[in-house]
Design a protein around this ligand. Sequence first.
Ligand code: ACO
Length: 465
Amino acid sequence: MATEQRNQAEDGGVATAAGDTLTVTDNRTGESYELEISDGTIRAMDLRQIKVSEDDFGLMAYDPAFTNTASCRSAITYIDGEAGILQHRGIPIEQLCEHASYLEVAYLLIFGELPTQPQLDRWVFDVTHHTFVHENIKKFVEGFRYDAHPMGMLLASVGALSTFYPDAKHIDDPEERYMAAIRLIAKMPTLAAFAYRHNMGLPYIYPDNELSYSENFLSMLFKMTETKFEPDPRLARALDILFILHADHEQNCSTNAVRGVGSSQVDPYSAVAAGVAALYGPLHGGANEAVLRMLRRIEKTENIPDFLERVKGREERLMGFGHRVYKNYDPRARIIKKHVDEVLEATGHNPLLEIAVELEKHALDDEYFTSRKLYPNVDFYSGLIYEALRIPAEMFTVIFAIPRTSGWVSQWMEMNDDSEQKIARPRQVYVGDRDRDYVAIDDREGPEKITGPPARRPARPRRGA
Ligand code: ACO
């Protein structure tokens, strides 16, 4: 807790006190306060003591979108955006992608340490043996319209899982927590694949316990009449790498949603459904789809200079470039890029790759982009891999949700173990009217014309049933 200093700073402004403290002078009152600095932060609650009078509520921090507010202390993921560094539990993402499987990384995120061989065997066994969903979930997915967005189906079906596992609400029970982690990680690919097959009008494919996590997902997506689906190992490994790269990214929008909703002590399925909902938004998941649309619009490498001129003229945005946190090459983009060639070797040439590579070269050679620290982000190449895997654009965000589940679960667990956390409940700056009287309906004044809701847009044309 900060120590209040009632003596005014000599120059009347903000002075720097000795040690890790911040001296603030309130120029409304002339009072000075010494706030403790720890981990490069001051405690927002320490501002509350700064008042103009005894009945003043006290100073608050105003930070819409939390752009400069740390909402938690976390030991899961470290990012240095300036240097282009991403580490999980201290281990660089490059090493994890080179040596680990996605399930190994999921274990690391959740338990904080790399598993020993017996631990990993048990973990993989448990995940593999919880991939099936209750048959009623299948019926539930069948109830959606044939063209329902797969992310909407995923969101609803993850939320529905909470009704199948009511004991998950015992969030402090270690066994329940473990089972929730296993079930969420295990069932997410099944739910995602069911959503895809539903859109395609194809029968749902049950999990195959003999396949690895990513192989099984490919099997559930693409298996047709063959008795055993045998995925190309290059594609399975590329997908596993994409899963590792998307597993966690500290306090992003969806993770913040999971923590915020989870802070009410709701069950983990409901908290993770909140994460899926947040990821559904185009500002979070979905940029890779925009990259593909952009590359198609550019059409051929000769058009790149013109396109970049339009970007500089602010008529276009260079999708897949720039990041709120990374002001350097996104380390995930560098790793994905290495795997694109491998995937295309297996699936065949894609002319969009040539455009992407040339576009990147041109942009990195252009002062407009380098001076703004705009470098390729994770989405610049991931869409190309998904497309090569014949995955439709609507599924891109769904596939993002599969690995991010391990990040959400680990962050949810960390939050529940953090004695400093309470139900998330931000403050507001109230800017509306006050102390108005209720007016009887006959005495109210308003425009003569009756205003209703805006005109409806024409309904989507219906195909099929
Ligand atoms: N193309 C062209 N110019 C850009 C781009 C871009 N992709 N990104 C930023 N800029 C410019 C801005 O116009 C601004 O220029 P100015 O200072 O002359 O006005 C400057 O660079 C700084 O940009 P900001 O908007 O302040 O950067 P911010 O951190 O708010 O935005 C964002 C980050 C949203 C990712 C942005 O770079 C962008 O829109 N990129 C394209 C979309 C994209 O690829 N999103 C995926 C991100 S990765 C992920 O979510 C998993």
